[in-house]
Design a protein around this ligand. Structure first.
Ligand code: SF4
Length: 637
């Protein structure tokens, strides 16, 4: 296959910029499925789009097999599309998964054939048909009608594009869709010179400082993601952001609707596997039956006799349903967390108001998590083997902890499924600046000329080009390093360590990382140490850093791993030449420990519910596979 260009960033004046419809339909699952295919066809290295295409109908690869396939592709240093062919020959991939992958490969081959020969409108109409997104079974009539309407609008977009751009190709249509898709609105907001922390590994990308040729420079760097979508290897409607908690009866209604959708999805999912030669078909079917029983339970609770307490009704309904189950179904039914979640709702008027100092928002979030857990499909295989285990605990870094705290689902994509992502220009820039500082100090260099020489070498090796943006970044780096050098010579503190690594245990977990610089200061005839982390992002105020974990963890690490009682911590924002000390009072050791342990517990329990926020989603590489912004088929009543 001829290497495909990345989807072009729309330029002012092009048709994409002209037409930016308020396109809510672009957020719908069936449309996003088509968009994901457009993306991966144009760019086979767009792993997030490939993951969505694999996870969604008509392929529906289970997440545990997705994780295995990604692992295989990474080991062989292949993009995901090429890695899939290798996966069909791997004994680690079971026959049913291989068949699904084979289906993807064949579909990909057949669709790709039209990429350079068909008109964009014909191409997209054919893609919709081939994916079978129109008329997926088991939809309520009104859902099916909405689905048809949204696909028709997508097709209309392509027809309109073809009319305005005679001779344009499906590749150009992909660029157009990238510009009008909802994620486009994040594109520019996402960049605030706040790339991923330099110590945070870019999944599937070259590590900082890695030898060998630089990554191939991408002309027309990929714009921000087209869309967001499925995490769990498929989209689960219960993962939609839900309305804030209301009265218990309303919550029951919402839960019933979500369960109904999950039952429909599970029927399709389980039915799709019935034809496969599998040893656990019976178990799959039992899971499906129990989902249906749970749906009955919710409906029965809503229709209980007037005045009957909900808890009494729950006991009654459970007894009746259990009487109709087989032993296997009974076991599944009884280990469901649905009752526990319901008891939160049923526990009286104040049940959702929070307890022990928990405010209403926290209580609502806790309830949403419990509900998502109760409704989540249970026949899925565990991702346990893919967790970053070390001994009985986990291997964790400050960046892992920040990622999980910002959004557990993002953590799952990045660190468990390990979906490859490409470094953005600004991430590469941040790494380049860090490397200059690291090499300058580790080489024992002294002069500004040496520092700027390191910049030029790093710039060439980093594959930076001569676009206006790259030249601008280069100028910023030169100016910032010049200021850094001047400040280095004029300060009282003595830098004593650079890039000093640490590793220590906290509970069952292994914490590891590196501190960019440690300075020694003499205060009142006493030695004190300052732990400094370089940032190439926009400076934050100390008040914005009050929940910061990274420096608190470094302080803990200095004590645990180096037996160094550090008394100060600071971020140094290199581009702005601003040092922001983070006061010790803000970083209670015990609370950092609690945070780490809570994060570890969540990961080990595979609690990966999305917590969407503007701050997290705007810089998230996994929007195409995230269900959190998926538009529900129909919003809950
Ligand atoms: S898009 Fe937002 S909610 Fe989804 S995984 Fe990324 S950060 Fe989480």
């Amino acid at each position: 296959m001829v290497p495909a260009p990345r989807i072009a960033t729309p330029q002012p004046g092009d048709c994409a910029a002209e037409a930016r419809p308020a396109a809510a339909f672009l957020e719908r699952a069936e449309v996003r499925d088509v968009l994901a295919w457009m993306r991966l066809l144009v760019d086979p290295q767009d792993a997030a789009a490939v993951v969505r295409a694999l996870a969604r109908p008509p392929i529906e690869l289970r997440q545990v097999h997705l994780a295995r396939v990604i692992q295989l592709a990474r080991r062989r240093k292949l993009d995901l599309v090429s890695g899939l062919t290798a996966a069909t020959e791997s004994p680690q991939v079971p026959p049913d998964a291989r068949e699904r992958i084979q289906r993807f490969v064949e579909l990909h081959r057949s669709v790709a054939a039209g990429l350079d020969t068909l008109g964009p409108d014909v191409f997209i109409a054919g893609l919709i048909e081939l994916l079978g997104v129109r008329g997926r079974p088991l939809l309520a009539p009104e859902d099916a009608a909405e689905q048809r309407a949204s696909l028709e609008r997508l097709r209309g977009l392509a027809v309109d594009f073809a009319r305005r751009r005679p001779g344009a190709s499906p590749r150009e249509l992909a660029g157009h869709l990238a510009a009008v898709a909802p994620e486009a609105r994040w594109r520019n907001r996402g960049f605030d010179r706040s790339p991923r922390a330099p110590d945070e590994p870019v999944v599937g990308a070259r590590a900082a400082g890695e030898d060998g040729p630089p990554p191939a420079r991408r002309e027309n760097a990929k714009p921000a993601d087209l869309s967001k979508a499925t995490a769990e290897a498929r989209i689960h409607p219960h993962e939609q952001p839900l309305p804030a908690c209301g009265p218990a009866e309303d919550q029951l209604e919402v839960t019933l609707q979500l369960m109904r959708e999950e039952v429909l999805e599970s029927v399709a999912r389980i039915a799709g596997r019935l034809g496969e030669l599998r040893l656990d078909t019976e178990l799959d079917v039992s899971h499906g039956v129990v989902r249906y029983l749970e749906l009955l339970k919710l409906a029965a609770l809503l229709q209980r006799p007037a005045g009957q307490p909900l808890t009494d009704a729950l006991a009654d309904v459970n007894a009746r349903l259990l009487a109709a189950t087989t032993p296997v179904q009974r076991e599944i039914f009884q280990t469901s967390t649905l009752d526990e979640m319901l008891s939160t709702v049923l526990g009286g008027a104040g049940a959702l108001d929070g307890a022990d100092g928990e405010d209403a928002a926290e209580a609502a979030a806790r309830y949403d998590r419990a509900r998502a857990l109760a409704i989540a499909p249970r026949e899925e295989s565990s991702l346990g083997p893919f967790l970053p285990r070390k001994g009985i605990g986990l291997a964790l870094s400050a960046s892992d902890i920040e990622t999980y705290r910002s959004c557990p689902l993002r953590y799952k994509f990045a660190r468990v499924l390990r979906i490859p992502t490409e470094q953005t220009l600004h991430q590469r820039f941040g790494i380049a600046v860090h490397q200059v500082l690291e090499r300058f100090h580790s080489d024992g260099s002294e002069t500004l000329a040496q520092m700027l020489d390191l910049l030029e070498t790093g710039w060439r090796r980093g594959g930076f080009g001569d676009s206006e943006e790259e030249l601008g970044l280069h100028a910023k780096a030169r100016a910032a390093l010049t200021r850094y050098h001047a400040r280095l010579r004029g300060q009282d503190a003595e830098p004593v360590w650079f890039e000093r690594s640490f590793a220590f245990r906290l509970g069952p977990h292994h914490l590891r990382g590196r501190v960019d610089r440690v300075d020694r200061l003499t205060v009142a005839a006493q030695d004190e140490y300052e732990l400094i982390d370089y940032k190439t992002s926009r400076p934050k105020r100390a008040t914005q850093l009050k929940d910061d974990v990274q420096l608190s963890l470094y302080a803990l690490a200095a004590r645990e791993a180096w037996q160094l009682e550090s008394s100060r911590q600071a971020y140094y924002y290199v581009l702005d030449d601003v040092k922001v000390p983070v006061p010790r009072a803000e970083m209670e050791t015990e609370s950092v420990k609690d945070t780490v342990l809570a994060v570890g517990e969540g990961i080990l329990a595979q609690e990966f519910e999305p917590t969407p926020s503007r701050a997290a989603c705007s810089i998230c590489d996994y929007r195409i596979v995230c269900p959190a912004a998926e538009k529900p088929a129909r919003p809950p009543a």
